[in-house]
Write a protein that binds this ligand. Structure first.
Ligand SMILES: Cc1ncc(COP(=O)(O)O)c(C=O)c1O
Length: 347
C-alpha cells in the first residue's frame, strides 16, 4: 500500500504550519520566540508555555506499554480528532466513500457528513458480527476508510478477528479499528498486526479504562507514513499542556488503571446477572466493554422512569438491531446497586 498515493493530492503537497516549538525544541535559558507571557499565568500553576506539539514525553512512555514505536503513535483531542483528520487526509469530498457497520459509534457518520463524504452502510448481522461477504462486496477503489468498532458501541461485543483480517487484506484504503473499549475485552488489541498491515489504523482512548474522559486524549496507532500525514494536518498544539501533564501522571500509575478495569469487570458480571433476573428485562447481551446492551419490555418508558429517579442511561431503542434496548454503563458498585433496586421497584 502506497500511503502517499492514498493521500489527497493537496494534502500531499501542503506545506504545514511551523510553530515556534517545531522550529526549536531544545533546552535554552530564555524563550522569547513564541509570544508567550514570560511573567507566568493567571492561575496557581504555570501554563504560560506552549506544549510540545508532538507530545514526545507521552509517546516515549506509551510506546513500550503498547508494544509499538513512537513514530507509530498519533495523539489527539479525543479519538474524535484522528477520526476527523483521517477523513480530511484521505477522502475526497463528494467522490470517495467510507464503509461503516451500523449499529455503531455515531461519530463516523457525523465526521463523514461534516466532510461531505458518502457512507456506505453494511449492517452487522443479527448477532452483531461483521457481515463479511457484504463488506467485501462493497469494497471499491474509492473506499478510502473502513470503520470497524471492536468492541462495538452500542452492542458491546468484539468483532471476529478473521473478518477484520480479511478486510485488511482486501481493502485498498485504510481499515480503522476503533478499540476504545479494548481494555475491558478478553482478547488482545490488534496492535501487533500493525507491522503486517500498513493499512491498519487502531484507535484507542484515555476516556474509558484510564478514566480520563475530561482530559480529551485519544490515540491513533498506524504506519509511520499515516501518522506523518495526521501530524502534518493537525492543529499545531492539539493536545494541551495540562492534558499532557496529567496523561504522564496516569502513565506512571498503570496499576491504578488496571485495578479500576478489574473492578469494572467484576461489576459488569454482577450487573448483567442482576439485570437478567428482572422480569422487565428481556435480554442482556454479552459484553466485552464497560457497558451492557439490555433489551427491555418497554425501553422508552423505562428510560423515562429511570430519569425520573435521577438515573440516566442511554436509550438506543431507535437504532436498527437495538429495538427495545437501553445501553447501560457499568458504574460503581453503589451505582449499580441503586440502578438494580430502581429497576426492581418498577417491575
Ligand atoms: C467506539 C468509540 N470510539 C471513540 C469514542 C470517543 O472517544 P474519545 O473520548 O477519545 O473522543 C467513543 C466514546 O464513547 C466510542 O464509543
Amino acid at each position: 500500500m502506497n500511503i502517499e498515493q492514498l493521500t489527497r493530492p493537496h494534502i500531499r503537497d501542503l506545506k504545514p504550519y511551523s510553530s515556534a516549538r517545531d522550529e526549536f525544541a531544545g533546552q535554552a535559558d530564555i524563550f522569547l520566540d513564541a509570544n508567550e507571557n514570560s511573567l507566568g499565568s493567571a492561575t496557581e500553576e504555570a501554563y504560560n508555555r506552549y506544549p510540545d506539539p508532538l507530545q514526545r514525553a507521552i509517546k516515549a512512555q506509551l510506546a513500550p506499554l503498547k508494544g509499538v514505536r513512537p513514530e507509530q503513535i498519533f495523539l489527539g483531542n479525543g479519538s474524535d480528532e484522528p477520526i476527523d483528520l483521517l477523513f480530511r487526509a484521505f477522502c475526497e469530498p463528494k467522490r470517495d466513500h467510507v464503509i461503516t457497520m451500523p449499529p455503531t459509534y455515531g461519530m463516523y457518520q457525523v465526521s463523514a457528513d461534516l466532510n461531505q463524504v458518502k457512507v456506505v452502510h453494511v449492517p452487522l448481522t443479527d448477532d452483531f458480527q461483521i457481515n463479511i461477504a457484504e463488506v467485501i462486496t462493497a469494497l471499491r477503489p474509492g473506499t478510502k476508510l473502513v470503520f470497524v468498532c471492536s468492541p462495538n458501541n452500542p452492542s458491546g461485543n468484539l468483532m471476529a478477528l478473521a473478518s477484520i483480517e480479511l478486510i485488511l487484506q482486501k481493502a485498498k484504503g485504510l481499515v480503522v479499528v476503533d478499540e476504545a473499549y479494548i481494555d475491558f475485552a478478553p482478547e488482545a488489541s490488534l496492535l501487533p498486526l500493525l507491522d503486517r498491515y500498513p493499512n491498519l489504523v487502531v484507535l484507542q482512548t484515555f476516556s474509558k479504562a484510564w478514566g480520563l474522559a475530561g482530559l480529551r486524549l485519544g490515540m491513533a496507532f498506524a504506519h509511520p507514513a499515516v501518522i506523518g500525514v495526521l501530524n502534518k494536518i493537525k492543529p499545531p498544539y492539539n493536545v494541551n499542556g495540562l492534558t499532557q501533564e496529567k496523561a504522564l501522571e496516569a502513565l506512571a500509575a498503570v496499576a491504578k488503571k488496571d485495578a479500576m478495569v478489574a473492578t469494572l469487570l467484576v461489576e459488569r458480571t454482577r450487573l448483567a446477572e442482576g439485570l437478567a433476573a428482572l422480569p422487565i428485562v428481556g435480554k442482556v447481551y454479552p459484553s466485552d466493554a464497560n457497558f451492557l446492551l439490555v433489551r427491555m419490555d418497554d425501553a422508552r418508558h423505562r428510560y423515562q422512569q429511570l430519569m425520573g429517579q435521577g438515573t440516566i442511561v442511554r436509550d438506543r431503542s431507535r437504532l436498527a438491531l437495538c429495538e427495545g434496548c437501553l445501553r447501560i454503563t457499568v458504574g460503581t458498585p453503589a451505582e449499580n446497586d441503586a440502578l438494580l433496586a430502581q429497576l426492581d421497584a418498577l417491575g
